[in-house]
Design a protein around this ligand. Structure first.
Ligand code: PMP
Length: 408
């Protein structure tokens, strides 16, 4: 695969934000922009048939990657944001007779938390469960929160900031026992860790193509059965079994199908490589920084390509901007004027100084040992400069930074 960005580009270590389109995926998509440009809904000519056949294949590829029993369960959307909105808003609408209570988790993605906020404003009752200092939701905490009127439980498979994997199978069993639907945002998990909808016992699953080397702007909601169908949010030409109208973006769907197929085939090998590289990076940083560096969230129960680190005595926003040659992210959504500390790291119970010192490293398909070596050297260099610049006795060497919430 061609390294993203070319020779002079910064090292890319932000694979949870997005991934480059895999060369094979790009080649699969290419003919569908021009030669095979037909509308998959055109039933009267070969252009339409060709497009429809491509969509059928993509639906099968996505279904296979999810362990689904039927491709018809896959509803294509514009991405996981839309899938999450459809699952939550649509289920609340479809199941209002069952109740007005929904449960989710404090560390979810904004595309889950914000629709839940909108539902709360419309009179639904929303419970957000806490996680432990390791980032994991205890199934017993879910059990305690379920009510007879709970219509849906939404828990992500893998967190986008700290990479922590939730025990979906146990959580789903408890929720279903109580009669609630189970939605899972698997945008970061699919093709990265084992994820099989049949084995997990979930009802609705959101996925996205651009997190696994497919194109941006396309995703899917997997819907187990007609009985658990959400109400549609959009109305139009009846596409996607009436759940999501709109002309299908055939090239994007072809890309998503190819990306899911390739990702599933490579998963085990890729995961082993990424864990090795991640271990190498962590070892280098620990060698240079000792106890001043710690991992946020459980290190083992985690996406293979994720590290979320905190360094005592630094402001991570200064670190990532100083590292113009390494693309990293701070786990915080920066509103224009006021940087907001990450709600995920806050949910781990980290003190403010630790939140300030935290950043995310995302490894992926193009990461190699050389990239890790170079990134480790640059990180150590810039961290050293920042730590020297920090006035003694302020942020530096505070024991709470090195120990609080350290769950490795
Ligand atoms: N959920 C999670 C866990 C994510 O990481 C993301 C992307 N950051 C989304 C949902 C939204 O996905 P999309 O970009 O496809 O809308």
């Amino acid at each position: 695969m061609t390294p993203p960005g070319g020779a002079a580009a910064p090292l890319y270590l932000d694979y949870q934000a997005t991934t480059p389109v895999d060369d094979r995926v790009f080649e699969a998509m290419r003919p569908y922009f021009r030669e095979h440009f037909g509308n998959a809904a055109s039933t009267t000519h070969a252009f339409g048939w060709r497009a429809d056949a491509a969509v059928t294949l993509a639906r099968e590829q996505v279904a296979d990657a999810l362990g689904a029993t039927s491709p018809e369960q896959v509803i294509f959307t514009s991405g996981a944001t839309e899938s999450n909105n459809l699952a939550l808003l649509g289920s609340a609408e479809a199941r209002r007779r069952r109740g007005r209570h929904l449960i989710s988790v404090a560390t979810e993605h904004p595309s889950v938390l914000d629709p839940l906020g909108a539902l709360a404003e419309r009179g639904f009752d929303v419970t957000l469960l806490p996680v432990g200092p390791d980032g994991v939701l205890d199934p017993e905490v879910l059990r305690g929160a379920l009510r007879p009127d709970t219509l849906l439980v939404s828990v992500m498979a893998a967190n986008n900031e700290i990479g922590v994997l939730q025990p979906i199978e146990s959580l789903a069993a408890i929720a279903r026992e109580a009669g609630a639907l189970v939605h899972c945002d698997a945008a970061q998990a699919v093709t990265k860790v084992p994820f099989d909808v049949s084995a997990l016992g979930v009802d609705l699953v959101s996925v996205s193509a651009h997190k696994c080397y497919g194109p941006k702007g396309v995703g899917a909601l997997w819907v187990r059965a007609p009985r658990v169908r959400p109400a549609p949010l959009l109305f139009g030409g009846g596409h996607e079994a009436g759940l999501r109208p709109g002309t299908l973006p055939v090239p994007l769907l072809v890309g998503m199908g190819a990306a899911f197929e390739i990702g599933s085939a490579l998963r085990e090998h890729e995961a082993a490589t990424l864990v090795k590289l991640r271990t190498q990076l962590l070892a280098r940083l620990r060698e240079g920084l000792g106890d001043a560096i710690a991992v946020n969230g459980d290190l083992e129960r985690r996406l293979p390509g994720n590290l979320n680190l905190r360094v005592a005595g630094i402001d991570a926003t200064l670190l990532v901007s100083a590292l113009s040659d390494v693309a990293l992210s701070v786990g915080s959504a920066c509103a224009s004027a006021t940087p907001q500390p990450s709600h995920v790291l806050k949910a781990l119970g980290l003190p403010d100084a630790a939140l300030r010192g935290s950043f995310r490293v995302g490894l992926g398909r193009d990461t190699d040992a050389q990239t890790i070596d170079r990134a480790a050297s640059r990180l150590l260099e810039e961290i050293d400069l920042l730590r020297r610049a920090a006035p003694a006795g302020t942020l530096r060497d505070r024991p709470d930074l090195a120990s609080a919430g350290n769950v490795e």
